[in-house]
Write a protein that binds this ligand. Sequence first.
Ligand code: HEC
Ligand code: HEC
Ligand code: HEC
Length: 447
Amino acid sequence: MAIRQLRNDDPPLRLRRIGFAAGAVLVLSSLGFLAVAWHPAIPPVESVPRAAPEHVRAGERLAKLGYCASCHTAEGGQPYAGGRPIATPFGTIHATNITPDPGTGIGRWSLDAFTRAMRQGIDRDGRHLYPAFPYTHYTGLTDDDVGALYAYVMSRRPVEATAPANTLPFPLNLRPLIAGWNLLFFREGRFAPDPGRDEAWNRGAYLAEALSHCGACHSQRNFLGAEVTARAYTGGEADGWWSPALGAKSTAAPPWTEASLARYLVGWDPQHGGAAGPMGTVLKAHAGVQGSEIKALARYTASLFPMPAPDRAPLDRPIPEDDPSLTRGATIYAGACATCHESGGWAAGGVPYTVTSLGQRSSVTGPDPRNLIHVLRDGIAPEQDSAGPIMPAYGDTLTAGQVTDLAAYLRARFSDAGPWLKLDETVRALMPRAPEPRSATKLEGRP
Ligand code: HEC
Ligand code: HEC
Ligand code: HEC
């Protein structure tokens, strides 16, 4: 009986052939996949030869413009010792220890191993690195620059530190899968200058595209987290912040020019102000970078914007009087913000670092309210022992409802792009610990 059943289930010969062919394709493609996914380990080195001091200094300048420290240094941690969590839509990835500690850092990495990591995203053992490490940009770096970066990181003080484990769900925790991602989205290759452009533009393009990876934050990504080439610089994400579009899609009210970019990229521009959040970190890293590098970056970035610049002036208009939310927002603004933000602006002798009108800030005129909410919640503070813009944090004093009213008011007064959709939900999501509104009973209980 059992035998008979088996015979009945036996597939016809043709089907068996198809099955065999499909199996063969599967085996071959898995082998092919393993071939691209597999990379040999690069032998460890016993010690790293001492680099010339000027080589190390060149590497230090490059590391500033590559923002290596901002990812590889944990809050309050040792420089370059790793452990900083990087939030991605897929889970948290920790930057690793890139000090020359032989056990927990990269002390046993040869220049070849370091070069392969920077250009192909493969570590010394042959494992794939997650593209949260922007090797997709660093692949464009020249041999000289990779060598100088190596000399610099290898001359740091070794620190023994192991980054916490990543929290990526299965199957994203399987590193060989990154080979598939690379196959789809990653093009290895050095930066190719454009002979039709001048030297400064090409220098700026090299920095922006390869070392400073501006697009990693400012470009739109697809559902697998890869930057979409066709939507380069149309606006992206960074650590829960919105990164404005640079180029035709820019919503900045005073248009960006080469001169204002050159000022902004070192901290502050009277037309646009300065930056907070992840861009604030970028601007702080630019302190001490040679002026020619900043000028080059400004020249290239300015060329992303359309010429002539759109005729768009900052707006400041009366708000409708019959909207209770806007009226409440106006009262909070008058009480908490106007002393600084209606002082006329720094350039006219007002409060340092403020611009004339908040209508000049893309956190108010842009399509996404998150940057404004972050700034209201956390304020702005200069680095320890340095001067810079100061704005108080309101996360402990204003309720989520008050922040919503205030944001709606700023939007209605300074932008004609229409109210932000789902503003209230966004405020509540970003301010889960906002103080509760005082209840009526509590107020009644007062003397
Ligand atoms: C946006 C954040 C970010 C920046 C900027 C960044 N890194 Fe990293 N880097 C990472 C992360 C995250 C990893 C670990 C990836 C993983 O575990 O798959 C990493 C890994 C590495 C590795 C491999 C180390 C190992 O333990 O396998 C090297 C080498 C490295 N980075 C060097 C650099 C240098 C040099 C710079 C500056 C030019 C730099 N990184 C800038 C996030 C960053
Ligand atoms: C780590 C992510 C990150 C990187 C890298 C980064 N940016 Fe930004 N950028 C941001 C964010 C976030 C903002 C919004 C800042 C704010 O609201 O204060 C911003 C704002 C800006 C603005 C202001 C735009 C406007 O309309 O207000 C300019 C210009 C800019 N970035 C240029 C650059 C350039 C050029 C580079 C590369 C040299 C760069 N950024 C690299 C995240 C980043
Ligand atoms: C003590 C002075 C001070 C007070 C009070 C203050 N700010 Fe600011 N604010 C600043 C400074 C300084 C900056 C940074 C430079 C600039 O304005 O360009 C800033 C920046 C901003 C920005 C731009 C943030 C960005 O990165 O795009 C917004 C929006 C803003 N403030 C709104 C407010 C609102 C709303 C209030 C009231 C709840 C307020 N500020 C209270 C001083 C202040």
